[in-house]
Design a protein around this ligand. Sequence first.
Ligand SMILES: [Zn+2]
Length: 131
Amino acid sequence: MHEKVANCRRDFLHKRSRELVDSYDAIVIEDLNMKTMSQCLNLGKSVSDNAWGMFTTFLKYKLENEGKLLVKVDKWFPSSKTCHYCGEINKELELSDKEWTCSACGCTIDRDYNASKNIRDEGLRLLALIA
Ligand SMILES: [Zn+2]
């Protein structure tokens, strides 16, 4: 049973990474430490199984095989705390805050959407440095 689940997961990660590598010339990810994260958030074994680590490994070698790039944004980059619209940093942001309002520009911000925009922009900035 455990082997079947593991194979199923690996298969999914291979397919999803292939789709992404076929669709993009560069992929930007946050360089997360999932072991620390699962301990901090009490997410349990499912996250510490490290599917994310496997996924990023698949992404990296598939991209490199095609001369494409995996860009890792530093784990200390404040992707969630920075307002994507104006650049203000919300020092009060808590892990439980899924949405917040920027004190500088007043925009209502979805945590994950905002973080993804900031990670993309930081990745583009890093790509420009090596181009
Ligand atoms: Zn703002």
